[in-house]
Design a protein around this ligand. Sequence first.
Ligand code: PGA
Length: 253
Amino acid sequence: MTTIRPLVAGNWKMHGLSVSLAELLALKDRLAAPVPGTDIMVCPPATLLAQARYGLRGSDIKLGAQDCHPLAEGAYTGDISAEMLADAGASAVIVGHSERRTLHGETDALVNAKARATHRAGLTAIICVGETEEERRGGATLEVVGNQLRGSVPEDAQASNTVIAYEPVWAIGTGLTPTQDDVAEAHAFIRNELGRLIGEAEAARIRILYGGSVKPANATELLAVPHVNGALVGGASLKASDFYAILLAYRRR
Ligand code: PGA
């Protein structure tokens, strides 16, 4: 089996002012001794990217953004393109997060266009998929995730420019997590589906993150699940001490 370098990405969502950069600097200090074989990323609000890049000089911590417009530029008041995010210091963009799918009505087609925009700008797309509580109770988890993958993942996506994040909607921000068996089933299914979509070779190398209530207390057990190649962390990424405690699971790996 190929060894896949894990990625742990923190999604700050709509949290963080300039003062919050202190958390990023605290994380940089703690990571003066890097976590071997692991990529670490923080996705602050777009307003903080440029300052964060400056603060993180000399560190291996990567920066990501949380959304982008599908086009490179134009008359789209308030929107931000992937090119602009790259220019501000991002190396990746989260696309299709469930909060955007639900609260902004983003369809798979739009998420696909945003992923392609991210690639066009030379960035990595972190494409999120995941079922709602109702869908899980109805036994539709794999069908929903399969449809999202088919609709959202560009057919020329590669392991070098694409990451999939499996985030059950009911696990986001709730403190609930699926069982290890459920995570294993979803991740194995995702890798298999990706094989059909982008070819076995790319699918075997692509990173599939688990997201949804990842905490220091469950990071080790989630990382132990087959086909889990890292984590997308929301709430617990806001404090350097919590995020670092999650990273310790990767140090012990
Ligand atoms: P959470 O969020 O870790 O706060 O559950 C995860 C996410 O939405 O990416």
